[in-house]
Write a protein that binds this ligand. Structure first.
Ligand code: 5GP
Ligand code: MN
Length: 329
């Protein structure tokens, strides 16, 4: 487990004004870990500005303090910028954000690159661990080390972040540590049934109609299942990309499937690909080959091209990975 450096603790204790920013298209971990940290820092008497270029998804607006997110950077320069659940400015969608110091709190790789940035002084400090199931785990440890009491609202945010990034404690990144931390968060007041209901059982009707259109494209070949969402489907159902949250999960549930894919048509000739693994294949490697990233069980990338050409390119790499796994490589 990565140690929390005394320099990082000092940067937090000795500064006053913090800007917390997370990645584009934020999901439960991005939002929950940011909010948990923001509330913890506020308890320490700090001033916190929460930033995300994209809005908080509707299903996450029940999270305590989610209304604090702003979509424009602050006018003044904060003491410390915290990049959370991402480790580059590019992933935030902003070109530059001014601050005295910059800290990274994240569970995406590669760790070495972040360590190098810290050593070279480009980054002032980092808490990065790719073995953490969610950034929320890291925030929990950080707040504990800082001596911040975890109240019900912080617990709710951090529990949501771990629940979402472990796919509801089902993905291969679910560890005894994630369950132990989740248990502590429940003791602190997080309500698992309520959080799961808000996140997973609160789908707008229009999104279900989109799902039914999208599922009519379902294909399964060897260990891969994939579905497609076209712009025409969005138009017919009055939906947006946000309504496709978790669609790829349903394809992952199919018996005999190792990897599930969702191809989503975006503007400007871009196809967004969501990749999910049942545990044997590291889909982040495949996403990285196309300039994306993520984790072994869940990853994504954006590829320029037609639906047909992108599907072909991605399916080729996925089939190769499944074949290599079967032959024991
Ligand atoms: P999703 O398929 O739900 O959009 O993303 C799954 C995970 O893959 C995210 O939590 C994130 O870690 C990663 N991811 C998705 N899209 C991108 C991308 O375009 N670039 C990078 N680096 N990671 C992505
Ligand atoms: Mn995450």
């Amino acid at each position: 487990m990565t140690r929390i450096s005394s320099k990082l603790l000092r940067l937090i204790k000795e500064n006053q004004r913090f800007l917390i920013v997370t990645h584009l298209n934020p999901e439960g971990d991005a939002i929950g870990s940011s909010l948990g940290l923001a509330m913890g820092l506020k308890k320490m008497g700090k001033a916190v500005y929460l930033l995300d270029r994209d809005p908080v998804p509707e299903t996450l607006r029940f999270l305590p303090a989610s209304e604090l997110f702003r979509r424009k950077p602050p006018d003044d320069t904060p003491d410390v910028l915290i990049l959370i659940d991402c480790n580059t400015i590019e992933r935030t969608g902003f070109t530059s954000l001014k601050a005295g110091d910059t800290i990274i709190i994240d569970h995406h790789g590669p760790e070495q690159e972040v360590s190098r940035a810290v050593r070279s002084g480009k980054i002032s400090g980092a808490l990065i661990s790719t073995t953490a199931s969610a950034t929320g785990e890291l925030v929990y440890r950080l707040l504990l080390t800082l001596g911040v009491p975890i109240d019900k609202d912080i617990a709710t945010n951090l529990y949501a972040s771990i629940m979402v990034d472990t796919g509801g404690f089902k993905y291969s990144n679910t560890t005894s540590r994630s369950l132990r931390i989740a248990s502590k968060l429940v003791e602190a007041g997080a309500e698992p049934w309520r959080i799961a209901r808000e996140v997973y059982e609160n789908i707008p009707y229009r999104a279900m109609r989109l799902l039914s259109l999208s599922f009519s494209t379902l294909q399964k070949k060897d260990g891969v299942a994939y579905i497609t969402v076209t712009r025409d489907m969005f138009k017919r159902t009055g939906t947006t990309a946000q309504d496709t949250e978790n669609f790829v999960e349903y394809a992952r549930w199919i018996s005999g499937v190792e990897v599930a894919l969702l191809f989503r048509e975006e503007d400007g000739g871009i196809i967004k690909v969501s990749l999910r693994s049942k545990g044997r294949i590291d889909v982040s490697e495949i996403a990285r080959a196309f300039g994306g990233g993520g984790h072994a069980p869940a990853a994504g990338c954006r590829i320029k091209g037609t639906l047909e050409s992108v599907r072909k390119r991605v399916l080729r790499l996925v089939s190769d990975a499944i074949r290599a796994d079967r032959s024991g490589n």
